[in-house]
Structures are given as structure tokens and as C-alpha cells.
Design a protein around this ligand. Structure first.
Ligand code: XUL
Length: 533
């Protein structure tokens, strides 16, 4: 294949940067580049890619023209790296979920007539009905969340239809707020894109459709019929169906790339643009999660990803359409108290040393002498609790443990037992071929992964997939162009398999199964006490 084979380009417009990765036909990374918004585009005055106003801290927006400018800069950076754009057969991408872009009237014409002689941002500076796009960190839409839930008879019904109860960061409530508070902006909007479909629109030179998976983060899409729910559309703004356009599967081959990129960067006029999706569905692709696997990302917050055959409605957690298999779903469970809480206990019990923390962890037996605890520095999403809650063998609530090693094990076991309990609620059970795929900063800690393996009674694997979202986008580009001949597994067969790090001890299930049941009873009690206080 040498230097002349086909390549695929993946993009990821995340909160802080726009990233690109070019892979060859075997999906091996050839080149990477990124534009970091704060440093590379200081004129937009973002902090972490975001603009927050002091006077209204719940509002979080990003300048959409900054994202436009970043695309030209990124392609220029790749050119400087020596990327031969003529070899790129397909481009796909992903973006931070939930953010919305409001194209002003007449913008479709601007997109269709992009001139290669000028930068994109020069041509699109008047293309937005509002220059500031609300993003996923915004939490200013409580009133709209309430309205959307009431429209369909409550949170459970909304979750049943759209995969999630109303969340302030979700696009439906965000659109409804624009309509309610800035009717002029809403009226001047020709098309509303998600951040993902917005980047795809820049590449095809026309409005690109929203894909099912990213569309599942809006509180507007019926995840079963894959069509907008008319009641929810009506509650969020007039003529919204027209403004949102049709929805498509994530692996839809949309169109050839706009002539702008052919003339300006030397892309082939045959290069295809594939629908873009959300960063979380793209991560699922990048991790190559299979049906019986569970991915556990251990970072600032911890996130679980599961493949679902059928959508299951629960009061917490998100069900999204699966980006690879049109008939399947995925679930994403976010736990806010991740590494900060682990670091707090490391500091208090192990003098700030991970090595001592691990020694303490290893010196206590599985099951921790019957002690079980929950630690929450900030209000947790699932379950809705805050503070430290320690219990002894007799289920009495106690204020502290007598030894540091018990405290350390109680933290790690408590965090993983919670994950097993909520994964099981979504129907996860360990099958003979199940793998727990650990990612994120804490996945380098083997002592902790051993507990993860024991609690789930399944082997734990790690993969070097720090960039799982952008890689997932590149894999999606190839998959979309070859899915008629090869399935996803065959297309990604050249990528090294995740490495086995830990296997469960033979007594693990007999210890942790009862602890999961105990955890459920404890949480129910704590929630009940909160309700009655
Ligand atoms: C998911 C979410 C974030 C964004 C940020 O619901 O809000 O993960 O996708 O990238």
C-alpha cells in the first residue's frame, strides 16, 4: 500500500479543541493534529473552550465562528504535517453532545457557494442567528425541562420516548429556551444543527442531517421510531420539524466533500462525507465495544458504556441509539464522583501516595470484613446522594473506620459495586465472553482494576484508547463506505485487541453478589431518609 493507499479522516470537536486523526486502510494512525481553542484562537476569549458569564454561572456557550475558524486551521496544520488529502476516501467526525448551532436565514446558500479563495470564517461570519451556541455545560433550562416532562406526562414518559428524562444540557430544553427568551433569534433561524451535524455541514457545503445517536441526546427524538416526537417539538418551538430536518443512521454516506476543500486543500472530488455523531457514541465505536462487554471510563467523572439490544427505560442514565447497529442501543451512565473522590481518600488515608493507597488496598481482604461505604464529594447523579456514608458489618452507620486500609477498600469497592448495580439495572449480566474494558486515568492502577474485576466477576482489559472518540470517527468513515461487504468486526480486525490485566478470584462472586444486594438496600434507605427529612 505504501504511501498511496486510501486513508480516512476522523474529526472530534470537543469542548476544548478540534482534533483530527488520519488512518490508513488498516486503521493505523498516520497523522494527528489539533487546534486548541483558548491558545490557538485567543481572539474568541474562551476559557477551556467555553464562555461563562460571571453574573449567570449556569449559562455556558461557545462562539460557533471559533469552531468554523478552527476547521480551516486544523486542515492547514495537517497539510503542514504532509498529509496527502487526495488519498482521503472518507471523513467522519464527532462532537461534544447536546450543543446547538442556529443557522440564520440564507445560510444554506452561503454553504452551497463557498469560495476557495477566502477563509470559511470570512464567508460565514453572518451565517448564525446567534453567534453563541449553548453547549453541554449549560444548566440554565430548568423551566424548559419541566415543560417538556409535563408535555408527555412526566419524566418517566419522557425517558420512555427519548431515552432520558429531561436534562438541562439536552438540546430540546436549550432550543425551547432560545424560543422563549430570544424569539427574534428563533424566528431568524433557518436550520438548527447539533455541533456534530454543524461540522458535517461545513464539509458537505449544505445542511447535514442529525444522526440518530447524537439525536438521542436532545429529549426530542423518539429512539424507537427514530423520528421527532411532534408533541415535544411543539412544546419547544414553532416549525421545529423543518428547522431540525430529517434524521439519519450514524453510518450514512452523506455526500461528496464541498468543492471548497477540493480546491483549497487538494481533497479528491470523490471524497465522501459520512454523518457525524456525538463524542460518546463515537467512543463506543473507538473502543469497539461488543454486546457482552462493558466499558468503564475512570476519570474526573466515571462513565459506563453498555451495548443494549433493547432500550430499557430507567429514571436515571441515558439510552442512545447505537451508532453501528441501527436496531441496537447503547447506554451511558455518568457518575460525578470519580477521581477527585479517589484522590481525597488517597490524601487522607495514604498521605497523597498512590503506592501506599494500593498497598493498603491489597492488604485488606475482598469484602472488607463486611464494611461497605459510599463517598460523594459533590451531589451524585446516580444515586442522588451527597456526603460520606460508612456502614459496618451489622449495617450500622458509623462515622469512621478504625483503619486506613478499611477506608481505602471501602471507597474502591463502594464505587465499583455501585457501577455493577446500575449496569445490572440496564440488563447487564456477565457472559462467558464478557470483558470489562477500563479506560481513563485511573485505568493505569492495577490494584484498583483487580477490585473492578472481582466486583463484576469478569476479566478486566485495558486499551490505549485515550482518543477513543476521534478514532471512532475515523473507523466510522471506513465502516460507512464498506459496510455492504464487511461487518464492523471485519473492518476493525487489524486493530490490536485490548490487553488482559486482571481476572477475578474464584471466590469473588460469592462475596460481591450479596454486597450488591446490600448496597441496593443501603441506597434505598438513604434516599428514603433524604425524602423524609
Ligand atoms: C454527555 C455529555 C458530555 C458531552 C461532552 O451527555 O454531556 O459527555 O458529550 O463531550
Amino acid at each position: 500500500m505504501g504511501d498511496s493507499g486510501p486513508t480516512y479522516l476522523g474529526l472530534d470537536l470537543s469542548t476544548q479543541q478540534l482534533k483530527a486523526v488520519v488512518v490508513d486502510d488498516q486503521l493505523q494512525v498516520l497523522d494527528e493534529a489539533y487546534v486548541q481553542f483558548d491558545n490557538d484562537l485567543p481572539e474568541f476569549r474562551t476559557y477551556g473552550g467555553v464562555i461563562n458569564k460571571k453574573e449567570s454561572p449556569s449559562i455556558a456557550v461557545a462562539p460557533c465562528l471559533m469552531w468554523v475558524k478552527a476547521l480551516d486551521m486544523l486542515l492547514d496544520k495537517l497539510r503542514v504535517c504532509g498529509v496527502d488529502f487526495a488519498r482521503v476516501q472518507g471523513i467522519s467526525g464527532c462532537a461534544q453532545q447536546h450543543g446547538t448551532v442556529y443557522w440564520s436565514k440564507g445560510s444554506r446558500e452561503l454553504l452551497r457557494n463557498l469560495s476557495p479563495d477566502k477563509f470559511l470564517h470570512q464567508q460565514l461570519c453572518n451565517a448564525f442567528a446567534t453567534n453563541y451556541s449553548p453547549i453541554w455545560m449549560d444548566s440554565s433550562t430548568s423551566a424548559e425541562c419541566e415543560i417538556l416532562e409535563q408535555t408527555v406526562g412526566g419524566p418517566q414518559n419522557l425517558a420512555q420516548i427519548t431515552g432520558s428524562k429531561a436534562y438541562e444540557r439536552f438540546s430540546g430544553p436549550q432550543i425551547a429556551k432560545i424560543w422563549r427568551t430570544r424569539p427574534d433569534v428563533y424566528a431568524n433561524t433557518e436550520r438548527i444543527s447539533l455541533v456534530s451535524s454543524f461540522v458535517a455541514s461545513l464539509l458537505v457545503g449544505d445542511y447535514a442531517p442529525i444522526d440518530y445517536s447524537d439525536g438521542s441526546g436532545m429529549n426530542l427524538l423518539d429512539i424507537r421510531t427514530k423520528d421527532w416526537n411532534d408533541q415535544l417539538l411543539k412544546a419547544s418551538g414553532p416549525d421545529l420539524r423543518v428547522k431540525l430536518g430529517e434524521t439519519v443512521p450514524s453510518h450514512t454516506n452523506l455526500a461528496t466533500i464541498s468543492n471548497y476543500y477540493v480546491e483549497r486543500f487538494g481533497f479528491s472530488d470523490q471524497c465522501r462525507v459520512i454523518a457525524f455523531t456525538g463524542d460518546n457514541p463515537a467512543s463506543l465505536i473507538g473502543m469497539r465495544l461488543s454486546k457482552d462487554d462493558l466499558a468503564c471510563s475512570l476519570g474526573t467523572s466515571d462513565t459506563l458504556f453498555l451495548w443494549l439490544d433493547d432500550p430499557k427505560t430507567l429514571p436515571e442514565g441515558h439510552v442512545l441509539c447505537n451508532p453501528i447497529d441501527q436496531d441496537a442501543y447503547m447506554t451511558m451512565l455518568c457518575f460525578k464522583n470519580g477521581s477527585f473522590t479517589r484522590e481525597r481518600i488517597r490524601d487522607s488515608a495514604a498521605g497523597g501516595s498512590w503506592q501506599i493507597f494500593n498497598e493498603l488496598l491489597d492488604s485488606t481482604p475482598r469484602g472488607n470484613f463486611g464494611n461497605i461505604a459510599l463517598y460523594y464529594d459533590v451531589p451524585e447523579i446516580i444515586p442522588a446522594l451527597v456526603g460520606d456514608h460508612r456502614f459496618n458489618k451489622a449495617d450500622d452507620k458509623i462515622s469512621r473506620y478504625s483503619s486506613k486500609e478499611v477506608e481505602v477498600r471501602a471507597l474502591v469497592e463502594g464505587q465499583f459495586i455501585a457501577k455493577r448495580a446500575y449496569a445490572e439495572n440496564f440488563g447487564f449480566t456477565v457472559a462467558s465472553n464478557s470483558r470489562i474494558i477500563a479506560t481513563g486515568g485511573a485505568s493505569a492502577n492495577k490494584a484498583m482494576l483487580q477490585v473492578l474485576s472481582d466486583v463484576f466477576n469478569a476479566p478486566v482489559y485495558t486499551a490505549e484508547i485515550a482518543n477513543s472518540a476521534v478514532l471512532g470517527a475515523a473507523y466510522l468513515a471506513k465502516y460507512a463506505l464498506h459496510k455492504d461487504k464487511n461487518n464492523f468486526k471485519e473492518i476493525t480486525k487489524y486493530i490490536p485487541e485490548p490487553k488482559l490485566v486482571c481476572s477475578p478470584y474464584s471466590d469473588a462472586e460469592s462475596i460481591y453478589k450479596p454486597m450488591v444486594a446490600r448496597y441496593r438496600r443501603i441506597v434505598a434507605q438513604l434516599l428514603e431518609q433524604n425524602d423524609s427529612s
